[in-house]
Each structure stands twice: as structure tokens, then as C-alpha cells.
Design a protein around this ligand. Sequence first.
Ligand code: SAM
Ligand code: SF4
Length: 330
Amino acid sequence: MNKLKDNFGRQINYVRFAVTDRCNLRCQYCMPAHGIDLAPRQELLTFKEMYRIIRVLTELGVKKVRLTGGEPFVRKDFVGFLEMLSDNDLLDVINITTNGALISPHIASIEKLEKVKNINLSIDSLQRDKFTKITRRDVFPEVYNTLELLEKSSLHLKLNVVVQAGVNTDEILDFVRLTKDKNVAVRFIEEMPFNGKGQRKMTENWTFKKILNEIKSEFKVSEVNSEPSSTSRNYKIEKHTGTIGIIPAFTRTICSDCNRIRVTSKGTFKNCLFDDGVFNLRDFIRNGASNEALKNLFLSLVKRKPENGFVAEANRTKGNVTESMSTIGG
Ligand code: SAM
Ligand code: SF4
């Protein structure tokens, strides 16, 4: 039975977990060129602590976990952690978000894990030079190779494309063309100010609507039904194998159906991407909290889930949104 319900009647059944704040890339929209201030290792949750938090959440009705970061595959023995999590009989689905540069040797082992269903691969350009400029690392061949391997694998592949004004907006249609023959769900994400510095100066504001209009300039799209809690609005194009979606991450029109909570790599509990962290789970556990105490804590924390991302942002006490997405877990 799902016991995690917030004050707006939203049932929480999905947790996004950042397994590390470390990353092998330096995407412009996520962090500065020199990287972010990394937490000392002992401040990161151990896999055992993560397993325990997730287990308690599943006892309260959470069914799905997304593992993200930082780059999950940078963390030593991440695949071992996937195996460990698979043993949780109350968990139905494990999804992963990755930049794909390190995962090709692990695809075969991941395919064997029944609960790992979806891989979200982040790729913001199909041009090597531009990809290098965006990520500040020359790893496009590896990432594209991962894309091709995953497309052929038994895993369901989604591509995350952060739409960056004047940088990759000229490639939106190329990404849509990719869905003609490839069985992928391409999802365009509105850029948010989570880059370690704050709001970037933008020449144009690429909102959900503008992205959709750009796609419609060449393709006839029809909307497909999505689960209410889906982060994207999804579309199909006739005779295309794959689908497309747009995630209104910044304009935040999806909050009323939100079913998610987040835990950062340092064990901070978040009710919303835009809040500034509501509870330090790591210290609570390390000070000896029982599973019963953890359960009661979660039940009370979700009651504080704000109605939407704008309220969460307004309630922040640590100032404007500037933290890097790699510390929050995107
Ligand atoms: N390193 C992995 C990756 O890039 O897929 C996982 C972590 S990353 C923080 C998760 C997702 O957040 C990626 O798809 C990334 O493109 C997205 N992201 C990061 N910073 C963002 C920002 N400022 N606005 C919108 N999306 C962002
Ligand atoms: Fe790393 Fe992902 Fe952030 Fe890029 S978006 S710097 S790959 S954590």
C-alpha cells in the first residue's frame, strides 16, 4: 500500500537518487569549466546507506527509482550496486540517467538485470565539435557508440537533449529526424539555471512552446497519451519508429501530477528540484536512527512538499537557484 501522500493528494512512488556528485564531463549548463566543489568521500552516502533508504521508501510504497548523479558510472562498482538494488523485492523499476561515455562495457551485464528498464542518455549535439564545446570533453564517438548499442539492446532508450539557445537549437530538427529509423524517445529539456553559477544570459528563451513550434515547422506531430506523472509531453510522427517529448523543466507546468522525491549524493532529502534541501538523511542514519524512525520521518517530510516548483523556489532560504545539477541529481 502506498502511504506516502502529500498535502495536495499526490501519491509519492518515485525517488530520484544521485549516487555521486563526481562527473567525467563538464557540461556548460551544469557546471563551471573547473568543476564543482566536490564533497569529501566520507560525506557521500555509501551504497549500503542508499540501499537502506530505498528499502524503507519501498516499504512505504515507492516502486521506482532513478539513479543519476553526477555520472553514476564514475562511482566504483555502480553495476554491483544495481545488482544489490535488484534484490529489493518491493522495487519494480530501476532507471538510470547517464552521459554514456563509460557504459558500453557494462551494457551486457545491465541487460541481465530485469528491473533495469530505461536508460536516459544525455546527448545535446550530433556534431562532434559542438558536443566537445558543450561538454568540454572530446568523447562524442564513445557516447554515440553507446547510443547505437543501447538502441539495439533490450533496454528502453530515451535521449535527453537540453535545449540551449543559440548553441544546439539548430539541431532540434536533426534530433527529430533521428526518430525516423531509430527506436528512441528523444526528449527536449528546457534549460534551467542549475549550473553552479545561476541564470545564464540567453539571447532567446526556448520554452516548451517554442521548441514545439520549431518541430512543427517541419513535422506533423500528434500528441500521445502519457502517464499523468510523466515529466514530458510526448508526440508521435507518422512513419517514425521513435517518439519525441518535451520536458517543461523550467516553465514547470507539470507539478500538479508530481510523484517524485529526491535524495542527493550527500543524503539530503528534497521534495522538489527547486527547493534547497529539507533534511539531512545521512546524519540521521549515522546517528543511529531506526527504520521505524526513518519511516515516520519520510511520512512527515512529504507533507511539506510544496504545491509547485515556483513555491519551492520562493521558499528557499539559501538564495537563488545556482547549485549544479550534478549535486542535486537531474
Ligand atoms: N551525468 C548524467 C547525465 O548527464 O546524464 C546524469 C546527471 S545529469 C545532472 C542529469 C540530467 O540533467 C542530464 O540529462 C542533463 O542534461 C540534465 N541537466 C543538467 N543540468 C541541467 C540544466 N541546467 N538544465 C536542464 N537540464 C540539465
Ligand atoms: Fe556531468 Fe551530466 Fe552534469 Fe554533464 S549534465 S556535467 S554529464 S552531471
